[in-house]
Design a protein around this ligand. Sequence first.
Ligand code: SAH
Length: 217
Amino acid sequence: MKHLKDSYKHKGKRKMLITKLKEMGIVDDAILQAFDAVPRHYFLDLVFEAQAYQNMAFQIGSGQTISHPYTVAFQTQLLELEKGMKVLEIGTGSGFQTCILCKLGAKVFSIERHKELHKKAKAMIDYFKFSARLFFGDGYKGNKTYGPYDRILVTCGAPEVPAELLTQLKNGGIIVIPVGAGKEQKMIKLKKDSEGKISEEDFGTFKFVPMLERKVN
Ligand code: SAH
């Protein structure tokens, strides 16, 4: 892992990003504090470090990208998290979102289909001493062993809501998932009520890398 250093310059830029997120409608203070506590530049290649606190996506290897900070914050806000909740994340990627969820007090289980990314993200979780459980696998299958979950967060664009994920969601639970087969997806929030009935809300258009089946070694 590269040498991790959080300078005054990084901290200053991070504050500016947090102000921007607030202006863009992220009102939950705990989320903004988590963005301050988890330095995003740690998750990026050195070449992108100077731009780490701009609202941009970057390549993280294996043809994948770290999501825009606003997207991470927005998806997190839609989750309506409470401390101690069990969260299943599909698409660990860099592990940045995973760390934000940990900082908010969630018990996180996260799946990534690219072995290299999985290993790198694991090193970051260990660096922060978070207790998230990271899995190398296919998110379409979820992870039955540790379910059912209070919340499920999908960070890649799914052609449709995977049926298996719905079955691993508790009654009263929420899934946040970008749905769409093309280059753009609709940000969907699904709620399962106390009787298991599903309702759906649409939160606009986003762009994610696709959710694909099978692991990549
Ligand atoms: N939250 C991450 C987002 C990474 S992009 C971050 O901010 O860094 C989405 C990730 O989903 C990619 O790493 C991609 O490899 C992964 N992915 C796509 N389909 C998947 C699947 N079926 N199971 C698990 N991970 C998947």
